[in-house]
Design a protein around this ligand. Structure first.
Ligand SMILES: C[S@@+](CC[C@H](N)C(=O)[O-])C[C@H]1O[C@@H](n2cnc3c(N)ncnc32)[C@H](O)[C@@H]1O
Length: 257
């Protein structure tokens, strides 16, 4: 008799991007634990509910868990993060113990793919390390916003024999493009980091990719940065929030003589 927890990637906005394995996993779970943040957009929670309504054919329950707030003003940053992780692990351990029966199956629905800028896997490791609740667990991959972006622009992320780096807007605006990688995917960008790179860099930008609000813009940064800034500001004003991701590509360096 073992409790099982599933971490299911649900795609980055298009309910049709659910994989067949994800649908099978959804139909194994008795309880869905949905972690919501204070600033979580209602639309994102609604999409999860829509996915359950469309695809789950057996009785199930949905439990929303409010992620504890992190004290971003604390002077001791590392202590504040450790404290927040520990409160969150306590809360989730309690939810698993109280909501998922000892021989039952619970699931976390994770936006995009659980392996990209998502904390669910780390949370589960924290919960298991505390030893207050026991379970097996597995991860079902999802279509990430990065995969959805590349497909929408019909580009490959990798050029022949070359690496790609996935990073955050903060790192690019603080440090610029990495010196040794010419293809860079930027996520979590609240700062329009593309405005800090050389104008001849190519950019493939997408917001709300896979949803009816999808916006795609591509070109040289010097030519399209203003259009992206304007589209971003307009969409953010209209919807109240924005999620955007982009690939930046430096020109191919000349081959050695
Ligand atoms: C917390 S991360 C989660 C990433 C997610 N696990 C994934 O696989 O896409 C949130 C970031 O993902 C990107 N993102 C998620 N969904 C998106 C979408 N539909 N369109 C564009 N970017 C998206 C944005 O860069 C956003 O800031």
């Amino acid at each position: 008799m073992t409790r099982h927890m599933l971490v299911i990637g649900i795609g980055a906005g298009d309910p049709d991007d659910l994989t067949l394995n994800a649908v099978k996993a959804l139909n194994r779970a008795d309880v869905f634990l949905i972690l919501t943040k204070g600033d979580e957009k209602r639309e994102l929670t609604d999409l999860r509910r829509e996915i359950l309504t469309r695809h789950v054919t057996r009785p199930h329950r949905l439990v929303e868990i409010r992620d504890p707030e992190r004290d971003r003003t604390a002077p001791a940053y590392a202590d504040a993060v450790a404290d927040w992780r520990s409160r969150r692990a306590d809360l989730i351990a309690a939810a698993i113990r109280d909501e998922v029966s000892p021989d039952g199956c619970g699931a976390f629905l994770v936006w995009g793919d659980p392996a990209l800028y998502d904390s669910t896997i780390a949370v589960i490791e924290d919960v298991l390390a505390r030893g207050t609740v026991t379970f097996d667990w597995s991860v079902i991959p999802g279509i990430s916003s990065v995969a959805a972006l590349a497909a929408a622009h019909r580009v490959s992320l990798t050029r022949v024999g070359r690496p790609v780096q996935i990073t955050t807007g903060r790192l690019v605006s603080d440090n610029g493009l990495p010196p040794d990688v010419d293809d860079v995917v930027v996520m979590l960008d609240g700062r329009t980091a593309f405005t800090t790179v050389p104008g001849d860099t190519e950019i493939f930008w997408g917001a709300y990719v896979g949803t009816p609000d999808e916006i795609l813009i591509a070109g040289r940064v010097a030519d399209v940065a203003d259009a992206i800034i304007a589209a971003r500001a307009e969409a953010r004003w209209r919807k109240g929030w924005i999620m955007d991701t982009y690939l930046m590509r430096r020109g191919t360096p000349a081959p050695p003589p």
